[in-house]
Design a protein around this ligand. Structure first.
Ligand SMILES: O=C(O)CCC(=O)C(=O)O
Length: 256
């Protein structure tokens, strides 16, 4: 079946908020197989078993990156259609091995709150969008509060405007410092929590920075959903206050 890629509405959201959510992008049987691969790596690398929560002893098991291409099914026809849309058919280089697993085991967050640490960029921000696509795929259902990756909608536009105004690039730490210096909203987001209601402040409505609407959101959704993220969007690991593991895959795809 020919996949249409993102709709005009999804593309508008990608431009304004920096993300596009594509439900059911990976087939259920592929999601099941991908999730089995991640559980095997957890078992072999960490002694963490799917059916034994007593073995879920660390919040973020690391070193789950692929040595083989056994997670390639994340690049489903629907995901590839979006990459073609962003970077042109034949205009991107497939990674040597698809898929970095992102796992957050439950039981380590007393309660869910908007984090103040860990907000970051993986690429230096410049005035123009780079020819890089970023995809995240959910391997399980992740409702709000379930640990799916957090992001600041609109932050890519604020950061690109700052980079344009100063005629230079900012790396992650510098970008955070600039945002905190120029915007009370970002200063409060990165500041030590001084009240219980960060969710209301940062998620229930839009704030504003440099004239751009900004808001903290989660890549929540159903198993098999894909999220595409602008590579200049500020993002962070979120707490998992749910009862089941947060299990996602991510990948960077570079234009030729
Ligand atoms: O753990 C997460 O959800 C955040 C992942 C992240 O920061 C990244 O993949 O760049």
């Amino acid at each position: 079946m020919e996949h249409p890629g993102l709709s005009p509405d999804q593309l508008d959201r990608y431009a304004s908020e920096g993300v596009a959510h594509l439900p059911a992008a990976v087939a259920p049987e592929d999601v099941a197989a991908l999730s089995e691969v991640v559980w095997r790596r957890l078992r072999v690398g960490h002694g963490i078993f799917r059916d034994r929560p007593s073995t879920w002893r660390v919040p973020h098991p690391a070193q789950l990156a692929a040595r083989t291409d056994e997670l390639a099914a994340l690049a489903s026809p629907a995901v590839r259609a979006v990459l073609d849309q962003f970077l042109g058919a034949g205009g991107w280089t497939p990674p040597d091995r698809w898929g970095l697993p992102l796992v957050t085991l439950p039981g380590f967050a007393d309660r869910w709150d908007v984090p103040h640490r860990n907000w970051h960029l993986d690429l230096a921000v410049s005035a123009k969008a780079p020819a890089v696509a970023r995809v995240f795929v959910l391997l399980a259902d992740h409702p709000a509060g379930g640990g799916a990756t957090g992001y600041v909608a609109g932050s890519h536009r604020v950061l690109r405007a700052l980079a344009a105004a100063e005629g230079r690039e900012f790396r992650s730490g510098e970008a955070r410092a600039r945002l905190a210096a120029r915007s009370p909203w970002f200063a409060a987001l990165f500041g030590r929590p001084d009240g219980p209601d960060r969710r209301a402040r940062f998620m229930d409505g839009w704030g504003e920075a440099e004239g751009v609407p900004v808001r903290v959101c989660e890549m929540a959704g159903r198993a098999g959903d894909a999220w595409f993220m602008d590579p200049h969007l500020l993002h962070a690991t979120m707490p998992n206050a749910g009862a089941s593991p947060r299990m996602m895959l991510t990948e960077w795809i570079y234009g030729r």
